[in-house]
Write a protein of this length. Structure first.
Length: 650
């Protein structure tokens, strides 16, 4: 298609040079000098500019070529992540376009600069695709195909992601951005065909628009085609989002202006402390909190907002820890916390206690205000957050204190949670009760926990049920009761890495407990393969890698505790350990932890060597577990390994 030749033909055929009419194209207009050229496509209209983009929408152009290359058309579409207008003419997506739409939903969240609400990719809306205009690329005739054809290619992926991003950010796409590119699951833009024709079509239908496509050619190994100067390129969804929306600083500044510091703080509290299930969205919350804290501490924001700035900065560090960050939270802002209303204070204290139990940061000994709050409130007046605090403090104490005492504390919390009707929280104390019964080798308490679970079994969430299955299975393996290991752990499932890796380790423990048709070597290989699959994923969070490797090291302790010889492919284990340690410590030298792991090829590791690597992978709570068990003293590596795996809380 050569648009200048069409322009020349138009000029030659103009009958009334001074008369200006408009070639109607759906909701917009194409200025022409004559209405006699394409009578069926022309109409008078008062609109001479494209409408401003709305929140939750993005523009897309597609080409439809026939086999002979004649009569090809270009179509302008609007992708709606919110319900389309009532009069909108919608289309369907064929298979490849549907797959591209789904890839956009899967790749979006890590590419966003900020988020205002917790969301998981499976909860993102399905987009509606609205037909706007179809133009014959040879003649320039605007026409409406009947019926409206489906979209048949993957080029809508990037535009779909922009529409969804606009919906989540609550900000419209930058004026007149039109995009055409495919996406992979890692958020890389993939080039599509017909870029030059699409660029020309965009300039006709949306004059002055910025047309953005992928930077690479779809034919691998071929040089990229020469693109019109009006075309912009991007290599990733993150870059594309940066082109189509304001930067983090501007987005947060606008949010502070419209919502105010206190409302923004409450939004982030809900996302990070209450919702706590942000999927891949932790990074946007981290960046939003850090930026807001900086703005509120600057003169530009109209003076310091010390409390909001302090708490937002601290919430950002919490989000970073959820992403796998290793930096400590820093001093707890107790003064700022104690000025909050009780309902919000409880959220912070509950999260502090859980963070301490899970990571040792802050140190359990530093949580005296949490203990004081519990003591100051009669147990009969406890809310669920009080029980969350008590449960987390109990888990933290179990790392170094008497396991039987904390098992009884968790049993009481499970019963109180059930009596209070807080069913969505019941799996937390019940899982701890089940786990600690096995750790204490207490068959009676384990049986009581099983009976309690049977009474409440159908009322747990899917994730809660899997955590309960995992806790029950680990205890049953430790108690040598293979019949009580849930069958669900032997069926591969997707989901949280913490669950999947834990289930794979439990299958290995089941094999060592003597369950028929399970080969310990093959079960250990499954753990390794799961970790290698994570390593191959460009988007795998560091926290997931750490959780997976943690379970491999625990599985090695299981081998030692059970007196089972490690498989001969321990070199593979050394390889995945070495890959992680290199990422944490840099290139390893002869005396490094990674070099120690490599020696496992020649001989089985000792418990001390496994623990040394454990402290590199995840220092807490293993550091405290190691200290208390070394002080207790054990006669052999086998007894030491068994004590460690029983006390370790995962």
């Amino acid at each position: 298609m050569n648009w200048p030749s069409v322009d020349l033909a138009l000029e030659q055929r103009m009958k009334c040079p001074r008369a200006t009419y408009l070639l109607g194209i759906g909701p917009w207009a194409w200025p022409l000098a004559s209405s006699s050229l394409f009578p069926s496509a022309c109409e008078l209209t008062s609109r001479q500019e494209a409408p401003l983009p709305a929140v939750g929408t993005a523009l897309l152009v597609t080409l439809d070529r026939n086999a002979a290359g004649q009569g090809s058309t270009g179509t302008l579409w609007r992708i709606n992540a919110r319900p389309a207008p009532r009069q909108a003419q919608l289309t369907e997506l064929e298979a490849s376009a549907r797959d591209a739409h789904d890839r956009a939903r899967a790749a979006l969240l890590p590419a966003l600069p900020v988020l205002w609400g917790a969301v998981r990719k499976e909860h993102l809306p399905q987009c509606e695709i609205e037909w706007l205009e179809t133009v014959d690329l040879t003649t320039g005739v605007s026409r409406k195909p009947l019926p409206i054809p489906p979209i048949t290619g993957p080029s809508l992926a990037a535009a779909t992601a922009l529409a969804l991003a606009s919906h989540l950010l609550e900000v419209p796409v930058d004026t007149h951005v039109v995009v055409s590119a495919d996406l992979d699951l890692e958020g890389r833009l993939i080039a599509v065909e017909g870029v030059a024709e699409k660029a020309a079509l965009v300039q006709r239908l949306v004059p002055g628009a910025r047309f953005i496509t992928a930077a690479s050619d779809p034919n691998v190994g071929q040089p990229p085609p020469a693109l019109p100067t009006t075309v912009e390129t991007a290599n990733s969804l993150k870059v594309l989002v940066g082109r189509a929306f304001p930067d983090v600083h501007a987005l947060v500044k606008a949010r502070l202006k419209t919502r105010g510091p206190q409302n923004l703080l409450r939004e982030m509290e809900h996302n990070i402390l209450v919702k706590q299930d942000c999927g891949l969205g932790w990074a946007p919350f981290r960046d939003a909190c850090a930026t807001a804290a900086g703005l509120l501490s600057s003169e530009e924001a109209g003076g310091p907002e010390s409390q909001s700035a302090t708490l937002l900065g601290w919430l950002g560090r919490i989000a970073d820890r959820h992403l796998g960050g290793r930096q400590p939270l820093g001093d707890t802002p107790w003064a700022a916390l104690e000025s909050l209303p009780m309902d919000r204070l409880l959220h912070y204290y509950a999260h502090l206690a859980q963070h301490s139990a899970d990571t040792g940061d802050p140190a359990p000994s530093a949580l005296e205000p949490c203990d004081k709050l519990l003591l100051a409130t009669p147990r009969t007046a406890w809310l669920q957050d009080h029980r969350r605090i008590a449960g987390a403090l109990s888990r933290a104490r179990a790392v170094t204190g008497p396991l039987a005492d904390e098992m009884r504390a968790q049993r009481l919390l499970a019963e109180e949670t059930w009596d209070a009707g807080c069913l969505d929280q019941l799996s937390f104390p019940l899982s701890a009760w089940l786990r600690l019964a096995g750790a204490c080798n207490d068959v009676e308490s384990f049986g009581a926990a099983l009976r309690f679970r049977q009474e409440t079994g159908a009322l747990h969430s899917p994730d809660g049920t899997r955590f309960l299955d995992l806790a029950q299975g680990l205890s049953a393996a430790l108690l040598e009761r293979p019949d009580d290991i849930p069958n669900t752990v032997f069926r591969p499932q997707h989901g949280k890495t913490q669950l999947k890796a834990g289930e794979l380790r439990l299958v290995l423990m089941s094999a060592m407990a003597g369950i028929p048709n399970l080969d310990p070597a093959l079960c250990f290989a499954a753990l390794i393969d799961n970790h290698k699959a994570l390593l191959d994923r460009a988007d795998a969070p560091r926290l997931d890698l750490r959780v997976s490797l943690r379970n491999i090291l625990l599985a090695i302790l299981d081998h030692i505790a059970c007196g089972v010889e490690l498989p001969r492919f321990a070199d593979v284990t050394a390889g995945v350990v070495q890959a992680y340690v290199q990422a944490e410590q840099g290139t390893p030298g002869p005396g490094s932890d990674a070099a120690t792991a490599t020696r496992w090829i020649e001989r089985p590791p000792s418990v001390a060597e496994v623990l040394d690597l454990f402290l590199v992978v995840e220092a807490e709570p293993m550091r405290r577990v190691r200290a208390v068990e070394e002080k207790a003293g054990h006669g052999s590596d086998r007894e030491f390994a068994d004590a460690l795996r029983r006390r370790y809380p995962y």
